[in-house]
Design a protein around this ligand. Structure first.
Ligand code: ZN
Length: 524
């Protein structure tokens, strides 16, 4: 029997995933995630779209330089300055790739470009040639590929391969394809273009989940002949998201009897850790019933199932939680745990803090252990989240005091410190203590926002459990999340509210920076 075909996993959590509404990662957070993705064994990391912001440029630059084993891609339109910027960001990368794209579907040509298809092919060839003048490894994507006619796809694929593209990705940009038709695109291309096989060109899939078909479509593409799959951790991404890496890989592994001709390099035991990290740092919580990594995915609560489970695991469980790295028992730290023990725990969670950062987290940890007997992984993650988000901490909570009761208006006194170190106090009234705290924060920070959603939950068990507050606010049409964790629910709410306001403030800065470029270019 022939060896199975290695499928390259192209992770775009830091590019397409980062475009999820509300998820904006800072520099340090992106680096932590990239390092963990390398541990996970992905083949390619798309680290950003360098022309769109200084932040994306810096991320591509730093990650390319940092990672020795993984190919790092930067996205660019088929426009000279986009490609130059991507090349500049990738100049010192160990394994650079420039990913250029150009829309090809009729709907895009008629409404966006107002250009004939021939002009698009010309533009794409120029883009690929330009990228090729900087790097050997060039990927091309016809944006909205799944809604482009097969004749056009054949023409453009042939043209960009001649121009030097080594990977051709056919994105289902709007999540419209069905598995059979999407898979057929790949088999058709391979059949009609012998140069694909002859030159070792990789075809790639990129699926969005608007109809919930992203993973099914990606698997169909693979069976049709795609040898690279683009996906994100937890399936995050624009709108309904991208194909979820963990679902894809576990489908291939769990059904190795069926997908026996395919294999990936993913170390599945790193999946759980990576998923947790991405969810913590982006603030995009994983739904409980999410396949593979949701809290309920391996929990069997119905009595009948439990009975079956006791007799034989395989009765109701097709995967072993251990395979994706779910820890077997809860490790608990406490007041007497040393810096070394905390450091080990942090490493086990997938983070790579330097000495200085570790010392700071240890300070926070000791402070927490004074208030809480048992410190769980979730608590440690919350401490890390707070420390890593410091880059965007424009305002910090210093202290607050609230009076509240059944028959009185709540009053809050809040004290914040701004980035210059100035402490500012103010008081406000509200319907209840949390409303009063929010009003006081708004007065001090002077950002006008509307509260859209506020939820709180306990992240660990016990009476001294930490409460997590999640907040969604809107500000001039933009929705932003914030998360805060504390043993005190009001403090958690205040932290979450401030985190969201800090995000808005950083976004305003990024927007000012982007305004010099042209407005938000579309992407595959
Ligand atoms: Zn996409």
């Amino acid at each position: 029997m022939a060896d199975p075909t290695p499928i390259k996993i192209f992770d775009t959590t830091l590019r397409d995933g980062e475009q999820s509404p509300g998820a904006s990662l800072n520099h340090q957070e992106k680096i932590e995630i990239a390092r963990q993705l390398e541990q996970l064994g992905v083949d390619i990391i798309e680290a950003g779209f360098p022309i769109t912001s200084q932040g994306d440029f810096e991320a591509v630059k730093a990650i390319g330089k940092d990672l020795a084993q993984t190919t790092v891609a930067g996205l660019a339109r088929c426009v000279d300055r986009d490609i130059e910027r991507a090349a500049e960001a990738l100049r010192n990368a160990h394994k650079p790739r420039i990913h250029v794209f150009c829309a090809t579907s009729k709907i895009h040509l008629d409404h966006k470009f107002k250009k004939p298809f021939e002009a698009i092919v010309e533009m794409s060839i120029k883009g690929v040639e330009k990228a090729k003048s900087y790097v050997e490894d060039v990927e091309f994507s016809p944006e909205d590929g799944s809604r482009t006619g097969i004749e056009e796809l054949v023409t453009i694929t042939k043209a960009v391969i001649e121009a030097g593209a080594t990977t051709v990705n056919i994105p289902d940009t709007v999540g419209y394809a069905t598995p059979e038709e999407y898979g057929r695109i790949f088999s058709e291309l391979r059949k009609r273009l012998p140069e694909i096989d002859a030159n070792g060109i990789i075809l790639s899939s990129h699926c969005h989940n608007d109809l919930g078909l992203a993973v099914a479509n990606s698997l169909a593409a693979m069976q049709g002949g795609a040898q690279q799959i683009e996906c994100t951790i937890n399936g995050i991404g624009e709108r309904a998201g991208n194909a979820a890496l963990e679902e894809l890989v576990m489908a291939i592994n769990t059904r190795s009897d069926y997908y026996k001709n395919y294999t990936t390099r993913i170390r599945t035991k790193e999946i759980f850790k990576t998923s947790r990290m991405v969810s913590n740092l982006t603030g995009l919580t994983v739904q409980r019933n999410k396949a593979i990594i949701g809290l309920n995915a391996f929990a069997h609560e119905a009595g009948i199932h439990q009975d079956g489970m006791l007799k034989n695991r395989n009765t109701y469980e097709i995967m072993n939680p251990r395979d994706i790295g779910v820890p077997e028992s809860k490790l608990v730290l406490g007041k007497h745990s040393g810096r070394h023990a905390l450091g080990d725990r942090i490493k086990a969670l997938g983070y790579t803090l330097d000495e200085d950062a570790l010392n700071k987290v240890y300070e926070d940890f000791k402070h927490l252990a004074d208030r809480k007997k048992d410190v769980y992984d979730e608590d440690v993650e919350a401490l890390l989240d707070r420390r890593l988000s410091e880059g965007r901490k424009l305002f910090e909570l210093v202290a607050f005091k609230v009076t509240a009761g059944t028959d009185e208006t709540s009053v809050a006194l809040v004290e914040l410190r701004d980035s210059a170190g100035t402490q500012i106090k103010d008081t406000a009234h509200g319907d209840g203590p949390i409303d009063a705290v929010f009003s006081a924060i708004q007065r001090i920070t002077n950002v006008s926002v509307t509260l859209e959603e506020y939820t709180t939950r306990a992240i660990t068990g016990g009476k001294d459990a930490q409460g997590e507050a999640s907040i969604r606010i809107s500000h001039s049409g933009k929705k932003v999340r914030g998360r805060g964790v504390s043993t005190d629910v009001i403090e958690a709410a205040a932290e979450a509210y401030l985190a969201a306001i800090n995000r808005i403030k950083t976004m305003d800065e990024i927007k000012a920076e982007r305004a010099e470029e042209d407005p938000a270019p579309a992407q595959p």
